[in-house]
Design a protein around this ligand. Structure first.
Ligand code: 16G
Ligand code: ZN
Length: 531
């Protein structure tokens, strides 16, 4: 076949370094940018084949999110804007690791296994972040697509969630919105303006938000979006990429891990601030109080605020829809306790990684999912959306129910349901605070986080640790869980777990307890038990 000859010729321009083995991990391939050219070309090939298989547009995003500037990475986006399925992650790993001379065979194996009709048309959307390596790497993806005769559309610089959105819009014939960056701003900003339009008593302070753009793509896109917000949200943008380096001492990951404000940002006491990560799919909020103490409002705090807001609206609207919050083992025990016991919201726990949370959230009418690190969104079932829509249009309901239904409808429209999205989450949080007339301090006091500590442990082989119960218990090595249980018993309100990282060669240890000293001591003792 002609296309296979083309692949042989073009793949020689994107050679694989001999002996290099990479894995499609929790968020795609990710490593030093210098090792990725062949991976990009091959992911262009794979996305084309996936498009033929699904008879839909597939997305390829070139980014390494919160990693340092010199790294890069790539992830595939499936037709509804969700992450690619697990079996195709395996195909990706196979294709990535095939030696140069075996590439065609590896590709043909996938084509055969998946019974691909090669005469089917293929469409691939490609996006990239602001890393200096992203331009040539995304070109390698485009080369891969054209080597197999696929059509591609290069969106250039976009956030990861923007690319997910484009793919979903394209495959739902515009029902989700228009598949352009402009369409994205229009959809989400209009919903935000609708949501906040009756909150006339908002002060300038409440309209003002301080944002750390991590010197990345999110900063660029917020600047593009600003005029659509019609001054209803006034963002002072820091770390916009004009001076500092990407993710360097800034961004959501830095703020969450270091538990301190990013550099390059002047925060007044009580001022509401947030940080995006390097590809703008994660966000955390924070402020410093009058004593200069730093307060972080992470994914758990966002999930709580959002689910409380939604539950109240569903009650006011008289809609009997099942709402749940999906968390991981990293969720602060206080948040889980508050949700279950005070809010009476169903809470589910899954393994780390957005795709796991996303799938569980799909089981409910309204599924709010957030990782503590700030990655999350809300999913509404089709039936839930229809019920809300019907009520919003019903002329025979009382004012209170109608008002709640309209707010719910606009809330749906401000949310990017394809994946966690820092921009969309920011607009949602800002709208909720405006509607509730709530300051960030008031939001923070809904519940108090239990002191906690995370540690990394280097071990010879992290794979000896196998976990169960959504990573909350270790099954192997023998005796480890028992040792953890005995250590936990020594402290009050304590909890601890260990799991092998999916992105680094380390074992992660998490501990929480009634005091910071206890959490630190427990984390330390558990990390000794891991050796
Ligand atoms: C990836 C995941 C993130 C998760 C993190 C855990 C996506 C898009 N990203 O970055 O959700 O929190 O891995 O890393 O799924 P770890 O396995 O090293 O702890
Ligand atoms: Zn990210």
């Amino acid at each position: 076949m002609a296309e296979f000859q083309e692949i042989s010729k073009l793949s020689a321009l994107h050679p694989k370094p001999v002996g290099l083995v990479l894995q499609y991990g929790t968020s795609g391939f990710r490593t030093n940018a210098k090792q990725l050219d062949h991976i990009m070309f091959r992911m262009g090939l794979l996305a084309t084949v996936r498009s033929k298989k699904t008879k839909a547009t597939i997305g390829v995003m070139v980014t390494a999110s919160h990693n340092p500037e010199e790294d890069n990475g790539v992830k595939l986006v499936d037709p509804m804007g969700e992450m690619v399925t697990q079996d195709w992650e395996e195909h990706a790993t196979q294709l990535a690791n095939a030696d140069q001379e075996d590439l065609l065979t590896a590709l043909k194996n996938i084509i055969e296994k998946e019974a691909i009709n090669m005469s089917q048309e293929a469409n691939v959307f490609v996006g990239k972040d602001t890393r200096s390596s992203s331009a040539s790497l995304s070109q390698a993806v485009l080369d891969g697509v054209s080597a197999l005769g696929g059509h591609s559309k290069d969106y250039g610089l976009v956030t990861t969630p923007q690319l997910h959105y484009m793919v979903c819009c394209q495959n739902t014939q515009g029902k989700y919105g228009e598949a352009t960056v402009e369409g994205y701003y229009t959809k989400f900003c209009q919903a935000f303006i609708q949501l906040t339009k009756n909150t006339s008593n908002r002060t300038d302070d409440q309209k003002h938000l301080c944002l750390d753009g991590a010197n990345g793509i999110g900063a660029l896109k917020v600047r593009e979006m600003e005029s659509h917000l019609k001054k209803e949200l006034q963002i002072s943008l820091n770390n916009d990429g004009s001076k500092g380096r990407l993710n360097h001492q800034c961004g959501a990951d830095y703020v969450k891990v270091q538990q301190k404000p990013p550099t390059g940002i002047q925060i007044n006491p009580g001022e509401r601030c947030c940080s995006f990560d390097g590809d703008a799919d994660r966000i955390v909020y924070y402020y410093t109080d009058s004593e200069g103490t730093f307060h972080l409002l992470d994914g758990d705090k966002m999930a709580t605020l959002i689910s409380t807001f939604l539950k109240e609206l569903l009650t006011q609207a008289g809609l009997d829809l099942k709402i749940a919050v999906v968390q991981t083992a990293y969720a602060n025990g206080s948040s889980t306790h508050y949700l279950e016991n005070t809010m009476k919201v169903l809470v589910r726990c899954t393994k780390t990684g957005v795709k796991h949370l996303h799938h569980v959230a799909q089981e409910f009418d309204v599924g709010v999912y957030f990782e503590a690190n700030g990655h999350g969104t809300v999913l509404f079932s089709k039936a839930a959306e229809e019920k809300i829509q019907q009520l919003a249009e019903d002329t025979n309901v009382n004012d209170e129910r109608k008002k709640a239904a309209l707010l719910l409808r606009n809330t749906i429209n401000v949310i990017n349901q394809t994946v966690g999205d820092a921009i969309s989450d920011m607009l949602l949080i800002e709208a909720i605070l405006a509607i509730k007339g709530m300051t960030i301090q008031q939001w923070d006091t809904i519940y108090t986080d239990l002191p906690n500590r995370q540690l990394k442990v280097k071990v010879a082989d992290r794979r000896v640790i196998d976990t169960t119960d959504a990573e909350r218990r270790a099954v192997t090595p023998a005796g480890l869980q028992e040792a953890i249980d005995n250590l936990v018993k020594k402290y009050k309100q304590a909890r601890s777990f260990v799991r092998p990282s999916g992105t680094e060669d380390v074992v992660r240890v998490y501990a929480e307890a009634d005091t910071q000293e206890s959490a630190d001591a427990l984390a330390h003792e558990v990390s000794l038990a891991v050796y």
